[in-house]
Design a protein around this ligand. Structure first.
Ligand SMILES: [Zn+2]
Ligand SMILES: [Zn+2]
Ligand SMILES: [Zn+2]
Length: 367
């Protein structure tokens, strides 16, 4: 337990020290990790100079870029030395200078701490910044600590007249996320429960393999495999609508789809993932300076109803999170094929020119 505890603490801390740079600058994306790191360090030096920090050794000593990882979605993951360094880099003034020096066409974002808010009024508008600021204010959270929010289930798949739904919320720090989990938050003046979003096994949208180490556009399967019936067609083109006729592509059993959490293969992969991601065992995001955040969930599962993290429809954005990072094997950021973070499936998958409507099947999301 001690080793997995340390690993969970490490991973939470690591996440606080990372930023993701998105750039459409091909020349930057083609650089090696070493070259990207050097470029970022030069941009940081230029930022210090522009802001007049060049003679302040404390600033230089306190802010360090340790390394970079290229993400499969084209993004760049930068690892800094401390969470405070990330705070400094993403401050409005610093950020403008840094991005101008790094690349003409780039944006930067911190890595959020993802939670699920349950039974949120559907009148809420998660894409509206002022709505997020209102949640922070009403919930007595610091301003701009909610990085983003989005409904778990696509709005178009809601039941007629649905009044509440579950929501993904990304907080800027484990501290804020834990506070929301402990105290709940107010959304549209309703007090709602918040829980940590568990990291879940990845599924390839082409071959349907659960726990896959690849994404659909890198899949070696010669044909599409249907997530509903295991047939050789795209899931969206499936004609099977009766759940009793589903045939799981993973365990080969009838009666459930390839993403069903009751599938024995899903359970096996979820257990393996829990061993790789020990933070799944914690109710909160564990942090060094708060022993109260080390409380474990019973039997590694939440005691709350598992509604929000139910498997999504086949082409929803999932998993919501980048593939988790491993502790460093040979440097500040682990490198190698099996440790590179992966993009969410939907971003990597080329959109179908004329997407077929989803078959009229029961929604895998209860809400
Ligand atoms: Zn595949
Ligand atoms: Zn099918
Ligand atoms: Zn199955």
């Amino acid at each position: 337990m001690a080793a997995s505890h340390n690993k969970a603490l490490y991973r939470t801390n690591l996440r606080s020290r990372q930023v993701v740079i998105d750039t459409d600058d091909e020349s930057t994306r083609d650089l090696s990790e070493k070259e990207i790191t050097a470029k970022a360090r030069l941009a940081l030096d230029a930022t210090f100079e522009r802001l007049g920090y060049e003679h302040d050794p404390d600033q230089h000593d306190g802010i360090k870029i340790l390394g970079a990882t290229k993400l499969k979605n084209g993004g760049i993951l930068l690892e800094l030395n401390t969470p405070d360094a990330v705070g400094f880099l993403t401050d409005d003034e610093t950020l403008t200078e840094f991005l101008a020096a790094f690349s003409g066409h780039a944006t930067i974002k911190t890595r959020g701490f993802q939670c699920i808010a349950e039974f949120v009024p559907t009148s809420f508008s998660p894409s509206t910044p002022s709505a997020l600021r209102a949640v922070e204010s009403d919930s007595r959270l610091q301003s701009n600590t909610i990085l983003k929010a989005r409904w778990i289930k696509p709005v178009e798949r809601r039941s007629p007249g649905q009044k509440v739904a579950h929501l993904f919320l990304d907080f800027d720090s484990p501290y804020t996320a834990n506070r929301a989990i402990d105290n709940g938050i107010f959304i549209e003046n309703k007090k709602v429960n918040v829980r940590k979003a568990k990291i879940e096994p990845r599924r390839c949208l082409k071959c349907q393999v659960i726990g896959a180490r690849h994404i659909a556009n890198a899949c070696s399967s010669p044909n599409d495999v249907c997530g509903y019936c295991r047939g050789k067609h795209r899931t969206a083109e499936c004609k099977v609508s009766d759940p009793t006729d589903y045939r799981c592509a993973n365990c080969k059993q009838s009666g459930h789809a390839a993403w069903d959490k009751t599938c024995p293969e899903y359970k096996k992969q979820a257990q393996l993932l829990d061993e790789r991601c020990p933070e799944n065992k914690f109710r909160l995001f564990p942090s060094d300076d708060d022993p109260l955040s080390w409380e474990c969930l019973d039997n590694h599962t939440s005691t709350l109803p598992d509604l929000g993290s139910a498997p999504p429809p086949p082409f929803a954005e999932w998993p919501p999170e980048l593939e988790p990072d491993e502790p460093p094997a040979d440097g500040p950021i682990a490198r190698g094929r099996n440790t590179l973070p992966h993009p969410p499936h939907s971003r990597a998958r080329a959109p179908a020119p004329t997407p077929a409507p989803a078959p009229p099947t029961p929604d895998p999301h209860p809400i």
